[in-house]
Design a protein around this ligand. Structure first.
Ligand code: GLY
Ligand code: MN
Ligand code: MN
Length: 433
C-alpha cells in the first residue's frame, strides 16, 4: 500500500480528533509461542492502518496542528548487534525518511516525552483494554501530570474511545484497500482450485491444508486464520481445526481457508465430494445452500440493511429443508420459531478487511446498519447435519458451507472471490481435472 494512503488516513483521523486532542496508539507486542520461541510478529491492525509501520516496540502519536509536527513515532533505535539477530530496524531516522513521521524518538524516551505532549491537550483518543500494560502506563502519565497541577501543569480531562472512531473509518474500504482485498481473494481462489484438483480418497485433512499453505506462501501471503479442513462428520463442526482425519470416498469435505496479503484478509469456503461426485442427498443439501448464498449476495446492496442477506438465506434454507422433509410446518412459523437453527446456527456473514472478522458496528442504535458502498462482508450460509440429529440416516454427516467475500458497490454486489467454482457440476468437473 503506498505511503500516501497512510498519510490520507492520518489526516482524516486528525480532522476528527481536532487541535485540542491527541491520539495515542501502541504497536502489538511480540507474543511467546512456547518457552523462548515467539510467534511471527503481526502488527496491530489499527496501528498499521495509520502508520504502515510493521515493527514492534513502537508508539504512534497524532497531535493535530502540533507545533513540532503532527505525527510523531516512537520506535526502536538502530542496534548493530540486535539487528544481526533479528533484522533491520528503521530507527527514528527511518521513521521520518521512510514512513512519513514529522518527528521520531527512541521508544526508550517515551516516559520522558509523552507526558509533555499530553499536557498540551484536553482530549485523549485512546483504545482502552487492548493492551493492559500500556493502559497502565497511560494512567501513570496522567497521574503524574495531575500530581503536578498545583505547579500549573495542565491535565487532559476528556478520554475518548479511539477504536470507535477508527473502526468506523476502517469499515469503509478505499480503492487501494479493495485492490488489495481482491488480490487476497485471488490468491485464496487459486489455493482452493489447487486443492480441488488434488483431493482424493485416502488423503489426510492435513495434506489438503498443505495445498493451501503452499499456494498462499507462493504469493507472499499467510493464513488469515487457521484453515478448517473437515471431512465427513468433521464438516459439521463449525470451527474444526484438528485437520487430522483421512478422507473417505462418499464423504463431503468442507474447507474454509483464506489468506492475508499485505495486511488484508480473504475468507473463502467450498464444500466438495471427496470421491469427485455428490450423492443425491449431498447434492440436495448443497443446492439449498447455494441458492441461499446467491439470494443473500443479491441482497448485499447499498440501502439494504445488514440483516437483509441473512433473512434471505434463512428463508431459502427453511423452505429447502421443509421440501426435503427435514422441517415440518408453515414456513412463516418455522422462521419465526427459528426452527432452521438446528441446521444453520451461525450468521450469514461478517465484515472483513484487515481482520478476518473485521471491525465496524453492525447496528446503529437499535437498528441494523444500512449497507453502503465500500463495505465488505462475507456471505456464508451453511447447513450442518451431525449424526446426533434425529433425521433419517441418509442425511447425517452432511455439512455444507459456501462462503465468498463481497464488496458493496453502487453498481451492486462485487464478489471479490469470483472465479471459483460453486455450481455442483463445476465442482465435480474441477475435481476430475
Ligand atoms: N473462517 C471463519 C469464518 O468464516 O468466519
Ligand atoms: Mn470462513
Ligand atoms: Mn467467514
Amino acid at each position: 500500500m503506498d505511503r500516501e494512503e497512510f498519510a490520507k488516513r492520518r489526516k482524516t483521523l486528525m480532522r476528527m480528533v481536532g487541535e485540542d486532542g491527541i491520539a495515542i496508539l501502541p504497536s502489538a507486542p511480540v507474543r511467546t509461542r512456547s518457552r523462548d520461541v515467539q510467534y511471527r510478529f503481526r502488527q496491530d491492525s489499527d496501528f498499521y492502518y495509520l502508520t504502515g509501520f510493521a515493527e514492534p516496540d513502537s508508539v504512534a502519536v497524532l497531535v493535530p496542528g502540533g507545533k513540532n509536527g503532527e505525527y510523531v513515532l516512537f520506535c526502536r533505535e538502530h542496534n548493530k548487534e540486535k539487528e544481526q539477530w533479528d533484522g533491520y530496524r528503521a530507527g527514528p531516522g527511518g521513521a521520518i525518511s521512510q514512513f512519513g513521521a514529522d518527528d521520531a524518538f527512541p521508544i526508550d524516551d517515551l516516559d520522558d516525552i509523552l507526558p509533555g505532549m499530553l499536557e498540551t491537550r484536553n482530549r485523549v483518543y485512546y483504545s482502552m483494554g487492548a493492551y493492559s500494560a500500556f493502559d497502565h502506563r497511560l494512567t501513570e502519565w496522567v497521574k503524574s501530570l495531575k500530581n503536578r497541577e498545583t505547579s500549573g501543569i495542565h491535565t487532559p480531562h476528556e478520554f475518548v474511545a479511539l477504536d470507535h472512531v477508527l473502526h468506523d473509518m476502517r469499515l469503509y474500504k478505499s480503492k487501494a484497500e479493495l485492490t488489495t482485498m481482491r488480490k487476497a481473494a485471488k490468491i485464496a481462489v487459486k489455493a482452493h482450485k489447487r486443492a480441488m484438483a488434488n483431493i482424493e480418497p485416502g488423503m489426510f485433512e492435513y495434506e489438503v491444508e498443505a495445498e493451501y499453505i503452499h499456494e498462499f506462501r507462493r504469493h507472499d501471503a499467510t493464513i488469515s486464520y487457521a484453515p478448517i479442513v473437515g471431512t465427513g462428520p468433521n464438516a459439521c463442526t463449525l470451527h474444526y481445526v484438528d485437520n487430522k482425519a483421512e478422507l473417505k470416498d462418499g464423504q463431503l469435505i468442507l474447507v474454509d481457508a483464506g489468506c492475508e496479503y499485505d495486511y488484508y484478509a480473504s475468507d473463502i469456503t467450498r464444500t466438495m465430494p471427496v470421491g469427485g461426485s455428490f450423492s443425491p442427498e449431498q447434492r440436495a443439501i448443497y443446492e439449498i445452500v447455494l441458492e441461499a448464498q446467491l439470494a443473500a449476495i443479491e441482497k448485499t446492496v447499498c440501502g439494504n440493511h445488514w440483516n437483509d442477506p441473512h433473512d434471505a438465506a434463512v428463508r431459502v434454507i427453511t423452505l429447502g429443508l421443509k421440501k426435503l422433509g427435514l422441517l415440518h410446518g408453515s414456513p412463516a412459523r418455522l422462521i419465526r420459531d427459528k426452527a432452521y437453527y438446528d441446521f444453520f446456527m451461525h450468521r450469514t456473514g461478517h465484515w472483513i478487511g484487515m481482520d478476518v472478522h473485521d471491525v465496524g458496528d453492525y447496528k446503529v442504535g437499535h437498528e441494523w446498519r444500512l449497507l453502503e458502498s465500500g463495505m465488505v462482508t462475507t456471505v456464508e450460509p451453511g447447513i450442518y447435519i451431525p449424526d446426533t440429529r434425529k433425521v433419517p440416516a441418509k442425511w447425517r454427516n452432511i455439512g455444507v458451507r459456501i462462503e465468498d467475500d463481497v464488496a458493496v458497490t453502487s453498481a451492486g454486489p462485487d464478489v471479490l472471490s469470483k472465479g471459483l467454482a460453486k455450481e455442483p457440476d463445476d465442482i465435480e468437473k474441477l475435481m476430475a481435472s
